[in-house]
Design a protein around this ligand. Structure first.
Ligand code: IYR
Length: 222
């Protein structure tokens, strides 16, 4: 095995403890403002902002640095219309009998239904695909590791970056989502994980009145 090339960690920044506490609480105040938005404005967003956020997503830690993701960015109204039609077809089945009552009861506080107009209104839909394996130029397969974990982390980075930039997002997961491969012409080794709706919130956007669990409920120290 060839010796790996190691370079000094030159990007790390250490802060005094008091500053760390300040930064940690400011980040919490920043990220806790993020809400999943379903009422979007059709105001355009410069593509350069999306590109910067995708660059941030691409820095996520991941299995063996094989970066098993692909981000398909949809702006074209005709493609959005196709995605909306296919997603609403799945959602009609979901809400109209496929979903067990227990699931519908769990969703009730969110007030969601089978209508997804935001899929056409928002300026961007970003479909995050997980690549189950890579393909070398000669066609042989490259095994990927921790694909779900890696793509989940990258998606978290992307959502945080978009929020930090001042954009609203919705993680939308029509199920099944295989129709996205067909509409976007993505290969069979790519599985759509999340359809991220991105844009400005509508002026009078409403969000569900929900709360987050307290620290004591989500953590334990040993
Ligand atoms: N995909 C459906 C249902 C849905 C499921 C979960 I879990 C949510 O947190 C929200 C919605 C829809 O988008 O309406």
């Amino acid at each position: 095995m060839a010796k790996p090339e190691l370079v000094p960690l030159s990007s790390y920044l250490q802060y005094p403890e008091s500053e760390m506490m300040d930064r940690a609480s400011r980040f919490y105040e920043e990220i806790r403002r993020r809400r999943s938005v379903r009422d979007f404005s059709d105001s355009p967003v410069p593509r350069e902002i999306i590109d910067q956020c995708l660059l941030a997503a691409g820095t996520a830690p991941n299995g063996a640095n094989l970066q098993p993701w692909h981000f398909a960015v949809v702006q074209d109204p005709a493609v959005k219309a196709k995605i909306r039609a296919a997603a609403e077809k799945e959602e009609r089945e979901f809400y109209g009998g496929k979903a067990p009552q227990q699931w519908l009861d769990a969703l009730a506080p969110l007030g969601t239904d089978d209508q997804k107009p935001f899929l056409e209104i928002a300026p961007y839909l970003i479909v995050i695909f997980a690549k189950s394996h890579g393909v070398k130029p000669d066609g042989t397969k490259i095994k990927h590791y921790y694909v779900n974990e890696s793509v989940g982390i990258a998606t978290g980075f992307l959502i945080s970056a978009l929020h930090h930039a001042g954009l609203a997002t919705l993680t939308h997961t029509p199920s099944p989502m295989k129709f996205l491969n067909d509409i976007l012409g993505r290969p069979a080794n790519e599985r759509p994980m999340v359809l991220l709706v991105v844009g400005y919130p509508a002026e009078n956007a409403l969000v569900p009145k929900i709360t987050k669990k307290p620290l004591s409920e989500i953590t334990s120290y040993f």
